[in-house]
Design a protein around this ligand. Structure first.
Ligand code: ASP
Length: 339
């Protein structure tokens, strides 16, 4: 059915306006139907649905895009399934090192934090930096200073043990035999040959992009980074323009994938630039950028939404946990490329 048959409100230019919309991802990677038990798939899908409902409840009641993306990401940070917060992967030194960023497309304000060891919800730290008064004079805080700010704001601290999950610890131990490749080569290629259906150093990140009733767009992204990353390595997730972007005039974008490529190709900003300068739709722009990544052997995907609630969710891996929701609709959630 053509969308106009639904009698959705249109803009002055005759475009369909879907109204408040939320799109999320729970990370990209070697996620294969054949090695993924059905019950586990359902657990992931249910977690995605809950994140979408948590965020959309806010949009539905007239709340802001910033509130919605923080809520959606917080839920995924508290879930053991995704590589962020509770479910984060380990560094090569056996530590948990988290990072996150948030951007408000209505005013080009952004905040980011990295090298966090004890913050339960890094996205709430980023959000607090964004909206605290008097304003934090810096966009990006790392390590001890970021945690000191969080303590001052009475955010929740946890011991490193809180982040332990058996699955992530096993991945850490197993992955030690396969040092990550450098950023010039494909993320899933390692010094040793590995089975094609199994990535010993898996990735993952969580992200949310929303447009609210006022047409304001916001994006939030949070991650544990890459399994067995060097301690001190900073990825794309907290880098504004690489792993996160939002501006009302074009779109909001959240990325997941091999962060070194997202940094080198300024992936999320590139999606918005194509819309701004080439007049591409959000779907065209996002698909072209993700295809460009594939050509240079960078693995990843993005979720994006424009001010009319048009959604894009392209990726070049076997799977990406993802979904979206709008008014009068059940959450739409997917895992594999052929879903
Ligand atoms: N982009 C993240 C990083 O490189 C990982 C991911 O999204 O899968 O830290």
């Amino acid at each position: 059915m053509h969308l106009n048959e639904l009698n959705l409100p249109t803009t002055a230019h005759g475009r369909v306006n879907h109204g408040p919309t939320l799109v999320i991802h729970g990370g990209v990677g070697t996620i294969l139907r054949t090695s993924f038990p059905r019950e586990e798939q359902e657990q992931y899908l249910e977690a995605l649905r809950t994140s979408l409902r948590d965020g959309f409840r806010i949009l539905e009641s007239g709340g802001t895009a910033i509130d919605a993306v923080e809520a959606a990401v917080r839920y995924m940070e508290d879930s053991p399934f995704f590589n962020a917060g509770k479910g984060a992967v380990y560094t090569i030194g056996g530590n948990i090192e988290l990072e996150a960023s948030i951007m408000d497309g209505s005013n080009h304000r952004a905040s980011a934090c990295t090298l966090l060891h004890h913050i339960r919800n890094p996205i709430t730290l980023a959000r607090t930096m964004l909206t605290t008064k008097p304003p934090v004079p810096h966009v990006f805080l790392g390590g001890a200073q970021a945690e000191a700010f969080a303590r001052d704001k009475e955010l929740e601290f946890v011991e490193q043990g809180y982040f332990y999950t058996e699955k992530r610890w096993k991945q850490h131990i197993e992955g030690l035999e396969y040092p990550p490749s450098n950023s010039e080569s494909k993320g899933t290629v390692y010094g040793k040959s590995v089975p094609r259906d199994h990535d010993p150093n898996p990735m993952g990140t969580v992200g949310a992009v929303a447009v609210d009733r006022e047409g304001n767009i916001a994006t939030a992204t949070s991650t544990g980074g890459r399994n067995n990353k060097w301690d001190g390595r900073i990825g794309d997730t907290p880098l504004i323009g690489s792993g996160t972007w939002a501006e009302n005039a074009t779109c909001g974008v959240s990325g997941t994938g091999n962060g070194e490529f997202f940094i080198r190709y300024a992936v999320c900003h590139d999606v918005a630039s194509r819309m701004r300068y080439l007049g591409e739709s959000v779907q065209e722009a996002a698909a072209t950028v993700v295809e460009g990544l594939r050509k240079v052997e960078g693995e990843g995907g993005v979720v994006a939404v424009d001010r009319y609630g048009e959604v894009a969710m392209p990726f070049n891996s076997p799977g990406m946990y993802r979904g979206y929701i709008r008014a009068d609709m059940e959450p739409q959630v997917f895992i594999f490329g052929d879903d």
